[in-house]
Design a binder for this molecule. Structure first.
Ligand code: AMP
Length: 274
């Protein structure tokens, strides 16, 4: 495995690759969720590039940029074992100039839910993903449905900018209790781990209701909010179509149910694609 933070070295390393390239961009502190993307990319491509970069432009003032979990040595081991060909770990100065041209996130899909709660987050995320996709020259890039809005926006960027890469959505990986894996779960203390399960439980409740024939989103939201009373604060429970327009009735095959809530220190998100 070639490990580099240098752009020229990355370009040189890529020249040795023949065949298709799969790419998995991450912010590190790798867990089973990341690994599932890496394994799928490994299977579906001749070569595999993973990046680890904690991108400052997608963190808002006051968010956990400096405290974001970093586990470089363990991450390198995981990537080696998973058969990664190139691990790209650039420094912030390598990725950014002082006064950059930026692309803006689209108004409708990017300024609701996560975008409303974290204004500017998606601009920074798209900025870095555009850079990383260009650097990787990947045929396929893998993103988790865990970050549903991110996935939809990246797909839109690739379409709008005629980028020659296929975006592959990957299922959410959960722990044995149902908690969606996240690098930020390490912030959960003691009983918070139990209360954090209410996000997944609220989505399970929604599934049950939909399977029983309930289509009314207000009824489903109300039930979910009851389950979410265990969290410290609910930021949103939303039922939208695949383009993030609010729905009045669940449409099977075109619905995403999303939840964001605080439990102790971390703000947790989870969702369900119906
Ligand atoms: P991050 O390091 O949090 O930026 O995540 C890197 C990639 O891994 C993103 O595409 C995430 O959506 C994906 N990811 C993170 N957690 C999970 C999970 N529990 N299941 C599936 N994909 C995930």
């Amino acid at each position: 495995m070639i490990i580099t933070g240098n752009i020229e070295a990355l370009q040189e390393a890529k020249k040795t690759l023949r065949g298709t390239i799969g790419f998995v961009p991450t912010m590190g502190a790798l867990h089973q969720g990341h690994l599932s993307l890496i394994q799928q990319a490994r299977k579906e491509n001749d070569h595999l590039i993973v990046s680890i970069f904690v991108n400052p432009t997608q963190f808002l003032e006051g968010e956990d940029l400096n405290a974001y979990p970093r586990k470089e040595a363990a991450d390198i081991k995981i990537c080696k074992l998973a058969g990664v060909d190139i691990l790209f770990m650039p420094a912030v100065e390598t990725m950014y100039e002082k006064d950059e041209l930026c692309i803006g996130a689209p108004a409708l899909r990017a300024y609701v839910l996560e975008g409303e709660k974290r204004p500017g987050h998606f601009d920074g995320m798209l900025q870095v993903v555009m850079k990383l996709l260009n650097l990787s020259s990947a045929n396929r890039a893998y993103f988790g449905k865990k970050d549903a809005q991110q996935l939809v926006l990246i797909s839109q960027m690739v379409k709008n900018y005629f980028m020659d890469v296929q975006i592959i959505p990957c299922d959410i990986i959960r722990d044995e209790n149902g908690l969606a894996l996240s690098s930020r779960n390490v912030y959960l203390q003691g009983e918070e781990k139990q209360r954090a399960l209410s996000l997944a439980r609220s989505l399970k409740r929604a599934t049950k209701l939909v399977m029983a024939g309930e289509e009314n989103v207000e009824v489903i939201r109300k039930e979910m909010l009851r389950v979410l009373e265990e969290t410290d604060e609910v930021e949103y429970v939303a039922i939208v179509d695949r383009e993030f327009n609010a729905l009045e009735r669940v449409e099977i095959g075109n619905t995403i149910i999303l939840v964001a809530a605080w439990v102790g220190k971390p703000r947790l998100i989870d969702n369900l694609w119906i």
